[in-house]
Structures are given as structure tokens and as C-alpha cells.
Design a protein around this ligand. Sequence first.
Ligand SMILES: Cc1ncc(COP(=O)(O)O)c(C=O)c1O
Length: 382
Amino acid sequence: MAEISKATGNDGSGYMLYHSIGQYPGKVTDMAAALSAFATCWGTPNDEQWGYALGQRQRFIDLWSQLLKAPSASLTTTENVTSALAALIMALPREDLEGRVVLVAGDCFPSLHFLLTGLADRYGFTLRTVPLRDGASWVEDEDVVAAWGPEVGLALLTWVSSTSSHRCDLTALMAHGRKQGSVIGVDITQAAGLFDYDCMAVAADFSISTSLKWMCGSPGGGILQVMPDVIARCQPGLRGWFSQDDIFSWDINAFSYAPDIRRFDNGTPSVVACVASVPALEWHAAQDWTKQLEKNRALSDMIIAAADEAGFTLASPRDPAQRGGSVMVRLSDSDQAQALLERLRAAAVFADARGPILRCSPGFMTTEAGVRRLTSALAGDI
Ligand SMILES: Cc1ncc(COP(=O)(O)O)c(C=O)c1O
């Protein structure tokens, strides 16, 4: 990889895929060292593997908990965001869902909607999806509020949308949802690692994310954070020996749940993704977040100005207070988007598109020069 980057002169200045994978300076070396240390330990014929592997997993959990200011023992690992939501739904008391409504906005991550439609019959809930207004790129918070009454057993909020980077007003939505008595979850995937998220201040019942995107980690490193009072009410359906306080309690007639988030674990945990992601989490923990966000704002402004100049429609909120870290631009169709991406790639600018929507996320490695190459392409100059 390093060789490829050197050969193409790609220094990351045009990397704008922080809504997808996410890169930080030194990631290749850091990740290679972590995985190599893991291989050395795992492949050595002694008995030191589990202490090391589970220690790395705990480090991953601790770093994530610190980042989200999560109460102790309230955060665990999952394979991805979809499985985190599934685990939570499969754990809630029956009466939270049966005969009730699950509320979600139409611009949630599609995978989560696929999951919810699949679980509706099995768990006896009705899925209520708040639609986008005609021609809109995101769902308005006021439409979510209007659809949210006391019949809602569970609401899933997407803090930042992956298709428009619309950032919902979590404070207002949480305040409304609390009055309805719903269990409330927040998908923080597109914001974690760029915007400060304080579990205690937001006070959602659960939060879900991955270690990708702005977190810059590896695939397979999902997280599920659940507030202690909610954990106490949950009985995860997917359970196993690691769901217990003592994992070596092997009397098959004496299963009992751990008192904390560990009850959401099941069989032997997957640790490789934790090992691969710990360096990124450590890098994150050492950053000046105010500066990183300011940089994102300045580079995003350049992209918005260029899109305006070129006559394209912005598919993200113009107001930074309502926007995540990405800028989406509506092109005329997906062919135009693919052709533009081709030209961008040739100029070592990496973005992507969903249909006609170009997605650009300037982040930690992106520079003004890289954004200028993007803006030249938008103007048709390259
Ligand atoms: C808002 C949001 N949620 C979730 C995900 C990922 O879900 P999963 O980890 O299940 O693939 C993404 C990925 O782009 C996303 O943008």
C-alpha cells in the first residue's frame, strides 16, 4: 500500500472518504505493527494468547468508552452497527416492542431499515418511517417530532445522515422522546470521532457505531453502548458463555447474565478488529478536536462555494450547525457522478457517489491543495 501511494504521489491531501473508511497519518505503519504483534503472540506455541487478545479488546472498549464518556461497563464490541441494533432489539423486554411502534427516519442507514423491516413481525411492532419531503435530501426534525407519540416503544435517531450529512438536533429530539416514554437509540456512526458525543449529557438509552469513518479504524469493530438502567432490564436473546459474570461457569443448567454490558456478549469475542483499530483510537485520543473540526469546516466551505459557483445543488444543509463532516452535491445523474469521480481519481482526489449524489468528506489528511483539485474538477477545469 505504502508503495502504491509513493508511486502515485498520493499523500492523502485529496482523501475525502471520511464517511466511508477514514485515514490518518501513520495508519499503515501503526496497523501493521499492531497486527504483527498480534500474529507473533497468537502464533507462538505457549499459553499467553488469551491474556493478550482479551487485553487488546478491553483497551478498545476503554478507548471508545473514554471517547463517548460512557459510564463504566456500559460499552461492548459488535461486528457492525446493524448487529449492534439487532442485539439491542433482541434484548429488550417484550412489552417495549410488542403492539407498539418503532420510529425511524427515512434517511437512516438503509441496513438498519432492512433489519427493522425484517424484525417487525417477529417482535410484533409496527415500523413507522418518517418520509423525506418532496425533493428533500433529508428528513426534517420537526417531521420526526410530529410522528413521535406515546405509542412509540423505540425510536432510532441517526445523528448524522450518510446521504446528506444532515445532523439532527439531538437535544430537542431527546427532550421530545423522553416525554413519550420511548426507548431511544442514536446511530452516531457518521459523527463519532469528529463531533463530541457525551453519553451522559445526551442520555440516550443506547448508542451504536463502527470504528470506521471518522474513527479511521478497521472493519469488524462495531460498538454497542447501553445505559446501566436499560442494561438491567435487558435479557439478550443472543447469549453464551461470555454473557455471564463468570465465563467459566459451565453448569448447563445454571446460566446467569452478567450484571453489566457483558451480558450482550455471547461466544468467544472477535478480537482481531479491536487489535487493528486500537492504534486509530489511540491516535484519536491524542488529537486537538477543536482544530480538527475547524479544519473540516473551512475545507467544507470551500467545497460548498465551488458547488454554488458551478451551479450544482447542495444536498447537505448549508448551516454548519445542521451539518456533519461531509458535503453532498447533487449532480445531474449517476453517469455524470461516475465520470467526475474518474477525473478526481486521476488527480488523486478520492470521494464517492450514491446515484447522482457526490459525497465529499474533508478530514484529517485532506489539505487545502487537495480540496482545490476537487473544486477545479467541479468547475470543469480538470
Ligand atoms: C449512519 C450509518 N450507520 C451505520 C453504518 C454502517 O452500518 P454497518 O456497520 O452495519 O455496516 C453507516 C455506514 O456508512 C452509516 O453511515
